[in-house]
Design a protein around this ligand. Structure first.
Ligand SMILES: *[C@@H]1O[C@H](CO)[C@@H](O)[C@H](O)[C@H]1NC(C)=O
Ligand SMILES: *[C@@H]1O[C@H](CO)[C@@H](O)[C@H](O)[C@H]1NC(C)=O
Ligand SMILES: *[C@@H]1O[C@H](CO)[C@@H](O)[C@H](O)[C@H]1NC(C)=O
Ligand SMILES: *[C@@H]1O[C@H](CO)[C@@H](O)[C@H](O)[C@H]1NC(C)=O
Ligand SMILES: *[C@@H]1O[C@H](CO)[C@@H](O)[C@H](O)[C@H]1NC(C)=O
Ligand SMILES: *[C@@H]1O[C@H](CO)[C@@H](O)[C@H](O)[C@H]1NC(C)=O
Ligand SMILES: *[C@@H]1O[C@H](CO)[C@@H](O)[C@H](O)[C@H]1NC(C)=O
Ligand SMILES: *[C@@H]1O[C@H](CO)[C@@H](O)[C@H](O)[C@H]1NC(C)=O
Ligand SMILES: *[C@@H]1O[C@H](CO)[C@@H](O)[C@H](O)[C@H]1NC(C)=O
Ligand SMILES: *[C@@H]1O[C@H](CO)[C@@H](O)[C@H](O)[C@H]1NC(C)=O
Ligand SMILES: *[C@@H]1O[C@H](CO)[C@@H](O)[C@H](O)[C@H]1NC(C)=O
Ligand SMILES: *[C@@H]1O[C@H](CO)[C@@H](O)[C@H](O)[C@H]1NC(C)=O
Ligand SMILES: [Zn+2]
Length: 406
């Protein structure tokens, strides 16, 4: 979870123009995924860079970090929404606003008519057409290992550590971050992490109109498709803020809703709302539960973040302890034996059995590594990427998802 960002952020392009125009004192900018991956200074890692496939596609997206709406000329998104909207309940109204202000909201928590997780921790929809959320994992003494809010520009030390440990995780990526930091996003999938969506602008989903909630999910999927070449089939609501109306929209887009059972509250430390010691205590408590048998018949998921140095460093510090306590630490999709994590069928995850016997690698016949420079004299490989991810393909894929979903 991340505090909503209210101020518009500059796109990398805008920043690059600024750098070129005003200064040359800044750190060099990354030119490829491999180049970005070897930077060790966090400030340099977080220096905006230019990546042609994103720059060329920006006018097909809402403003980065701003609450999404369907672009007025995006007929593709409009027709997909027209389809999906037919199965979205109209008797569930937005709760409060997109900033999570529910002061004027009355809600019967005891009856919980909307299965509103934020108020009731409900994960079994009242609407019988919807599948339950994934809040735990079926494999005993197993942790569904994952991180929210990435890709973080300064994640190299963290990803280096995961690579050293041969540990894969589920990364819940924010669409705006994916477009801001495409090389970081590519590193994640190329190193075998599972990618799920975490909305376009990271606001409270139940506060959006249905159409805008659709746009938040749709454009985050489109950003992931643009940069990684794959369409995700899972998402996690920011702040866990989901109800049956939002679940129906996600279901229409082919997205499985992933929540959690325990919260490390690592994301609260930045704002000073919680101390580091309290976060460590939350990790310790989670570990104590493995040891006292809480997860003997079913594994669990704890909320942790790729948000800042504290959350990532805490993950590193606690990794050996989690690894010791749990029998298995695996991406959520692996714990579910979800071997096909994306709409595209040429990319697969190992089964749980394969993963725990040491085959942690994803099998992909497509190369999203694009070691090409992202500069305007773009190489053939980024041209290929641009072609494979064009909009009509996305429409086709989305319609295929619809066919399956209804
Ligand atoms: C949609 O409108 C934006 C400006 O609002 C423009 O930049 C973009 O090219 C348009 N897209 C299409 C597909 O016409
Ligand atoms: C979805 O839209 C397509 C065309 O855009 C249409 O053929 C199909 O019938 C629609 N499906 C539903 C369930 O409305
Ligand atoms: C909502 O209520 C809380 C607690 O009473 C108060 O601190 C906050 O300012 C209120 N928010 C708004 C937007 O009025
Ligand atoms: C952190 O505390 C501040 C001030 O008390 C409050 O405004 C803010 O909403 C809190 N943030 C979170 C994420 O709880
Ligand atoms: C296990 O440990 C946790 C954390 O200390 C505790 O809250 C829980 O009640 C314990 N459960 C059992 C079954 O002992
Ligand atoms: C990434 O983490 C750094 C701290 O290491 C923080 O300053 C930055 O805002 C984060 N960036 C993103 C995109 O989350
Ligand atoms: C956190 O910051 C410290 C100090 O700069 C650095 O040594 C460490 O590698 C960082 N940790 C992560 C996981 O980024
Ligand atoms: C995953 O597949 C293995 C066999 O490969 C099976 O033993 C296990 O029960 C499956 N787990 C789930 C959650 O489906
Ligand atoms: C690892 O798993 C992938 C995906 O199932 C498979 O393609 C590959 O052959 C396996 N490699 C080994 C060494 O077993
Ligand atoms: C990847 O996995 C799929 C499904 O498990 C399989 O059909 C395909 O042959 C595999 N491809 C490679 C290159 O291992
Ligand atoms: C993988 O599938 C996607 C979508 O169907 C396609 O664009 C891409 O070319 C495929 N990659 C390979 C190497 O077959
Ligand atoms: C992708 O990058 C990883 C390292 O990040 C490398 O090990 C792998 O060989 C690359 N794959 C392709 C197809 O280039
Ligand atoms: Zn989040």
């Amino acid at each position: 979870m991340l505090l909503p960002v209210f101020s518009p952020k500059l796109t990398p392009n805008a920043i690059l123009v600024g750098l070129i125009t005003f200064s040359s004192v800044h750190a060099r900018t990354a030119t490829s995924e491999a180049d970005e991956a070897q930077i060790t200074d966090p400030v340099e890692e977080c220096t905006a860079y230019y990546y042609a496939p994103v720059s060329n596609a920006l006018d097909g997206f809402p403003t980065i970090w701003q609450p999404a709406t369907i672009l007025s000329n995006d007929t593709e998104a409009q027709s997909i929404w027209a389809n999906i909207s037919q199965s979205v309940p109209t008797n569930i109204y937005p709760h409060g606003d997109i900033y999570g202000d529910w002061n004027d909201t009355t809600y019967n928590v005891a009856e919980d008519p909307d299965c509103w997780w934020t108020r009731s921790l409900c994960t079994t929809p009242k609407l019988s057409s919807l599948p339950p959320d994934v809040a735990s994992v079926p494999e005993p003494e197993t942790m569904g290992y994952g991180f929210d809010d990435g890709p973080n520009c300064s994640h190299n030390a963290f990803y280096d550590y995961l690579l050293e440990q041969n540990q894969k995780a589920t990364m819940f990526f924010i669409g705006s971050n994916v477009l801001d930091w495409p090389f970081e996003a590519q590193r994640a999938i190329d190193e075998g992490h599972e990618i799920c969506a975490h909305t376009w602008s990271h606001h409270y989903m139940t506060g959006f109109s249905s159409e805008d909630a659709f746009a938040e999910l749709y454009y985050s999927m489109k950003a992931i498709k643009l940069v990684l070449g794959v369409t995700p089939t899972c998402w996690r609501p920011p702040f866990g803020d989901v109800d049956d109306r939002i679940r129906a929209i996600a279901e229409g887009l082919g997205l499985q809703t992933i929540i959690w059972q325990y919260d490390s509250f690592d994301w609260e430390e930045q704002a000073g709302n919680i101390t580091a010691a309290q976060v460590y205590a939350n990790y310790d408590n989670f570990i104590a539960r493995v040891e006292n048998g809480t997860f003997d018949s079913e594994g669990s998921i704890m909320l942790t973040h790729e948000l800042n140095n504290f959350t990532m460093q805490t993950a590193v510090t606690y990794y050996p302890k989690l690894k010791d306590a749990f029998k298995h630490l695996v991406p959520v999709g692996v714990a579910l034996n979800k071997t096909q994590p994306y709409v595209e069928t040429n990319y697969s995850l190992p089964t749980f059995e394969e993963y725990i016997s040491g085959n942690t690698t994803t099998n992909s016949s497509s190369s999203t590594n694009s070691t090409s420079s992202g500069t305007s004299h773009s190489s053939s490989s980024s041209a290929t990427l641009t072609h494979t991810i064009n909009s009509p393909l996305l429409a086709l894929i989305s319609l295929a998802v619809l066919t399956l979903a209804f």
